[in-house]
Design a protein around this ligand. Structure first.
Ligand code: SF4
Length: 351
């Protein structure tokens, strides 16, 4: 009985999706002029490439949804500490939001401000980074804190030029800080927002398609409501994360489906396989992470014999394990993550 009900429910759901899709395609809604203009390189009569009427409608939909459904994070408060914004944005670059949400409070407890972070040595900061992966980020963040202390008296500067002069801050992080920490009117274009804009304003065919960069910049510049950059971009990030996902967009539940040119029409496509240096079937970055994990468990004054490290990694002393491991260790040394006592063949986290 339950199976039959489930089957009927699935049939009903598919029928609703098909019906909504056909309605969407036959709506003959006036094209968003932005898209036509950008595609053909034309501009509208008033010199703008965006149909402002449509944009206002999109803005109302996005911000209306956000007012009721915004995700809550430790770093998302009305007037966030610029230091917390920098730390969270650095963590979020290659780590999932749930993990950052979990790890950020203890990191901030240990390093409450730029001065505390600047004083940390390599081993201390790498230990505090546990569970985040990509440990080089931790060192870059600490180096940035040292520059903020040395050159800006421990206060994060609030201009694009000064932020760009700090080590490790790329264009995305600079704009995120200006928008989220200092409420400046700037565009914030991460990969999620790029995906959302592309699908929203173009009739795309597959989940891999994106708007060309020049068009994206133009749309991004015109679409966000002035004075509300922070709120707008965080709203777009939430919608992208919750509905407009990379592989399987959930158009049926999406709050902006009625304005979206790609709604219900995207064919799922697998991203091309990107090969990376690997050994014994695992990427080298996983091996690097394992080595750091093993050394992180040591006390501050302890070292580990290379032979023990090999055993714990399940690699042998035979070729080709030896030269491969040597290369990995040399790279970790170069990055400032480990140090090695050549005479005793023992290693530890870099102090
Ligand atoms: S309707 Fe679908 S494709 Fe359009 S923004 Fe929403 S989830 Fe993405």
């Amino acid at each position: 009985m339950l199976c039959r009900l489930l089957h009927l429910f699935r049939l009903l759901l598919h029928a609703v999706v098909r019906y909504t899709a056909s309605m969407k395609r036959s709506e003959k809604a006036p094209p968003i002029e932005t898209v036509a203009a950008l595609r053909t390189g034309r501009t509208t009569a008033n010199g703008s490439s965006v149909d402002l009427t449509t944009v206002e409608r999109v803005q109302a939909m996005v911000l209306g949804w956000y007012a009721a459904h915004a995700r809550h994070f430790v770093w998302r408060v009305p007037n966030p500490d610029p230091y917390v914004v920098l730390v969270s944005e650095t963590m979020l670059q290659q780590t999932q939001t749930a993990r950052v949400q979990e790890r950020l409070p203890s990191f901030l407890q240990q390093f409450p401000d730029f001065t505390a972070l600047a004083a940390a040595n390599n081993a201390t900061i790498v230990r505090a980074w546990q569970g985040m992966g990509y440990n080089n980020r931790a060192l870059r963040l600490r180096d940035c804190a040292r520059a903020v202390v040395d050159r800006f008296a421990g206060k994060l500067p609030d201009t694009a030029d000064d932020l760009r002069s700090l080590p490790g801050l790329g264009p995305y992080t600079v704009s995120a800080i200006l928008s989220f920490a200092f409420h400046r009117d700037v565009i914030v274009l991460d990969v999620n927002v790029q995906r959302l804009y592309s699908r929203l304003f173009l009739n795309l065919q597959t989940t891999l398609d994106v708007m060309p960069e020049a068009q994206l910049l133009q749309v991004a510049t015109e679409v966000y409501p002035r004075g509300r950059s922070s709120e707008w971009h965080q709203a777009c990030m939430d919608i992208a994360a919750e509905f407009c996902t990379a592989r399987s967009p959930r158009c049926l539940f999406c709050p902006i489906a009625k304005a979206c040119h790609s709604a219900f029409g995207l064919a799922e496509a697998a991203p091309p396989h990107v090969s990376e240096p690997s050994y014994r079937g695992k990427p080298n970055r996983i091996w690097r992470g394992r080595i750091i994990e093993l050394l992180r468990d040591l006390g501050p004054d302890q070292t580990m014999a290379l032979a023990e490290l090999r055993n714990r990694l399940f690699v042998t002393e035979e070729e080709p394990d030896v030269p491969w491991l040597e290369n990995i260790l040399r790279a970790l040394e170069r990055d400032g993550l480990i140090e090695r006592e050549q005479a005793t063949d023992r290693i530890r986290l870099h102090s």
